[in-house]
Design a protein around this ligand. Sequence first.
Ligand SMILES: Cc1cc2nc3c(=O)[nH]c(=O)nc-3n(C[C@H](O)[C@H](O)[C@H](O)COP(=O)(O)O)c2cc1C
Length: 198
Amino acid sequence: MKISVILNVILLLLSAALLWLYMAQKDKSIPAPSTDDALENISSRTSIRRYTSAPVEDEKIEKMLRAGMAAPTAMNRQPWAMVVVNDPSQMEALRCDAPLAIVVCGDMERAIGGEARDFWIQDASAASQNILLAAHSLGLGAVWRGVYPIPPRIQEVKDVLGLPENIIPLNIITIGYPDESPTPKDKWNPENVHYNRW
Ligand SMILES: Cc1cc2nc3c(=O)[nH]c(=O)nc-3n(C[C@H](O)[C@H](O)[C@H](O)COP(=O)(O)O)c2cc1C
């Protein structure tokens, strides 16, 4: 066989292998969820307050934190800090009964100054909702337990977690594998909607 034919065959095989590798890699990338999946996740989420004792895997914790930090923030300040609690004695000190909690906090050193300061509450709330939705989508249950703006609750959480002065806890999101299955509430009410003006 001529050397050029052999070279051509090798080249063809190499190209095929490269194409195969590219397609395999493409398949592995996470597909963008369809709009329906996202809407279904939103409407089927409900607060879960009872959990099994099964621990939450580290990969899932990171996915929830990433979802939280994907939230929009005023001027893109990202003025948040998240404290992950999985030590049972810390959980008890927070008076929560769950395998895991994420305490979503505002960082006043990164918040906007002046009269726009309180945007941190909306920023940290958007992150919190993303965490709740991510938990649900990962087969976990979660509930937002309010801390801010109630002073004794804020102080208690600050003391237990040893938070610095500039860090304000917004909530405690307790998370775990669900040990209850409440029906999601249907909150749709067209009377809450106004078009163009009240
Ligand atoms: C700001 C805020 C504070 C909340 N605080 C608590 C709380 O302290 N304890 C609790 O069990 N649930 C708390 N929740 C959860 C609400 O009770 C729950 O979201 C509401 O009843 C609607 O139910 P759903 O989440 O199942 O749709 C809080 C939710 C929000 C947004």
